[in-house]
Design a protein around this ligand. Structure first.
Ligand code: TYM
Length: 327
């Protein structure tokens, strides 16, 4: 049995789960979780989100939104383990231990830190230590495979380095995990063409009510080629996003429309909006139902936390023993 593990942060200011999270983590993760030979540990990284979101009510709402997204896409919480990171505080303890083995330059080189390092006053120690917490999320549960988007590749390399160096010093302790990066998806672009991200405010949240969703699709940036002129699909954000969701025929049709002319970016955006509504109709409906019964989501997460703790405790004890702490 292979153990698949991945997490999504409950960050953002308004409970957003974006299309990047869905295509980069939720859809491929659920596909893997359905295989009989796999057991999936999927969690909501609310401790990571504390590096940016200090308001408890907002974080709680975000946790629900991320949980509802996993469930709306069909994650089976009976077969697998579904939990909130902070419900298994053992991860914080392991983070301290492994922090004491993580070289400063490794963390100083992490993108998550480097992106913010031009304004050090804004960097808290949690953000700096973020990759160690992420390594512990994985190592605490003996995960074999970690499906993530390409942006997390460096964190996975650090996790492997941290595990290997501990194993080298203390003998086999941690399972060294393999990243699983779906090369078909790569990085989902945001409305401005950069990586879709909550921190860039350039994301599409497919669960928004229709009107708000349409508004966010309409703000995708395009150039100023007039409606009647032919357009280059390969340099257009709208086409890039459409291509990630549409089938071959739909993509070919839109490509033709672009190159033929008399097809405006507004038309393409409308087609993308309608495609999202159509493709995700079921998930959108289910998400709304789930969000209106938060106690049901919380109950599922609590049950998952119990299962997750049962796995975490022996791994942590093994580490404590090796380090000479009482178990
Ligand atoms: P987070 O919350 O930023 O993103 C969650 C997942 O979504 C993927 N993703 C994307 N994929 C494609 N295109 C994009 N534009 C895009 N944006 C996000 C991410 O690659 C990720 O798979 N540190 C992690 C959360 C985490 C975690 C873990 C993941 C904490 N502990 C342990 C795996 C294992 C993060 O901030 O992801």
């Amino acid at each position: 049995m292979a153990r698949i593990l991945t997490g999504i942060q409950s960050s953002g200011s308004n409970g957003e789960v974006h299309l990047g999270n869905i295509l980069g983590a939720i859809v491929p993760g659920i596909e893997l979780s359905k295989k009989a030979e796999n057991e999936a540990y999927f969690f909501i990284a609310d401790l990571h989100s504390l590096t940016t979101v200090k308001d408890a009510a907002i974080r709680a709402q975000n946790v629900r939104a991320v949980a509802a997204a996993w469930l709306a896409f069909g994650f089976d919480t009976d077969k697998n383990v579904f939990y909130r990171q902070s419900d298994v505080p053992e991860v914080c303890e392991l983070t301290w231990y492994l922090s004491c083995f993580t070289p400063f330059p490794m963390l100083a080189n992490a993108h998550s830190f480097k992106d913010k390092s031009n304004n050090l006053a804004d960097v808290n120690a949690g953000l700096f230590n973020y990759p160690v917490l992420m390594a512990c999320d994985i190592l605490l549960y003996d995960a074999n495979y970690v499906p993530v988007g390409k942006d997390q590749k460096q964190h996975l390399e650090m996790t492997r380095d941290i595990a290997n160096s501990f194993n080298h010093k203390y003998g086999e302790t941690f399972v060294v995990p393999e990243p699983m990066i779906d090369e078909r998806v790569m990085v989902v672009p945001g409305t401005d063409g950069r990586k879709m991200s909550k921190s860039y405010d350039n994301y599409l949240n497919i669960f928004l009510p229709e009107k708000a969703l349409r508004k966010s699709v309409m703000r995708i940036e395009t150039d100023s080629t007039p409606l009647e002129e032919p357009k280059d699909p390969d340099s257009c954000n709208v086409f890039a996003l459409y291509s990630l969701l549409a089938n071959k025929e739909q993509i070919a049709e839109m490509r033709n429309n672009y190159t033929a002319g008399n097809y405006g970016y507004g038309h393409a955006k409308q087609a993308l909006f309608e495609l999202i509504l159509d493709k995700y109709a079921e998930q959108r409906k289910f998400y709304d139902v789930l969000m209106s019964s938060p106690e049901e989501i919380d109950a599922k997460l609590l049950l998952g936390a119990k299962k997750a703790s049962d796995t975490a405790r022996p791994v942590l004890n093994k580490v404590r023993k090796k380090l000479g702490f009482r178990t």
